[in-house]
Design a protein around this ligand. Sequence first.
Ligand code: ADP
Ligand code: MG
Length: 242
Amino acid sequence: MSEAIGFRNVRKSFRRRGGELPVIDGADFALARGEFVSVLGPSGCGKSTLLNMAAGFETADSGEVLAGGAPVTGPDHTRGVVFQQYAVFPWLTVADNIAFGLRLAACGIPRDRHAAIVERYIGLMGLRGFENAYPKELSGGMRQRVAIARAYAPGPELLLMDEPFAALDAQTRESMQELLHDIQLTERRTVMLITHSVEEALFLSHRVVVMTPRPSRVSEIVPVGIPFPRTPETRLSPEFIG
Ligand code: ADP
Ligand code: MG
C-alpha cells in the first residue's frame, strides 16, 4: 500500500532562551493512502509540531518528512490544513472561502469546474443557504464546516487537522464528528487528526498514535478496531464506544 505521509527518524527541537527544547525525539511512522490516523497526547508534547512538519510549516532538524514519497519542502496544495480556529478568511463569503484553494494556480483544476466543486462541498458540509454569508454571521460550528470544505475542495491527498473541534460545544462537536465521518465514507482522503478526545479518535480512526510527554518518540500506531480500508458497514456507532 502506498504511503501518503511518512516520518523517517525525525527530530525537532526549538531554540529558546536558556537553550534547546527537544520536542520530537524520533518520529518514525507513516500513513497509508486513505488511512485515518488520530494523534493523542498531553498538551505540549509536540502534536502540533508533528502536524506542522507534515504541512511544511516547520522543518525537521534531522530525518525526513515525505509526502507521497517526496520530501516536504513547504506548504502546497497537496496537503490541506484545518486548525482549531481563525481558519476562515473573514473578508470572503462562504463560497469564496471554499473556492480559495481552487483559484490558486498551483492547484491546476480548470476554472470552469470550480463552481461545481464549491457546490458539491456546500452540499456535503450542510452549508446550503449560507453561500453568500460572511464568517462573522456564522456560528463556530458553521465556520469549521467552511474550513473543512475549504481544505477538501482543491482535492488534497492528505488532510491535516489540528484539534478542529476543540473550541466547539459538546453537542456541536458531536455533530461535526459525525459529519467528518460521513464525508470520509465518500471522500476517503488520508487524514491525520490531532485531538484531545479518545472517543473522537476511536470513532473516526483506523489507527491511533499516542504520544508521550516531550521529548516524544513516535513510532507505534495502534489499530483501533475500524478495519482499513473502512466500509460503511464497519462504522462504529457512538453508543458502541460511549
Ligand atoms: P501540542 O500541540 O502537543 O500541545 P506543540 O507542538 O504545540 O504541542 O508544542 C510542543 C512544545 O514546543 C511546547 O513546549 C511549545 O511551547 C514548544 N513550541 C512549539 N512551537 C514553538 C516555536 N515555534 N518556538 C519555540 N517553542 C515552540
Ligand atoms: Mg497543539
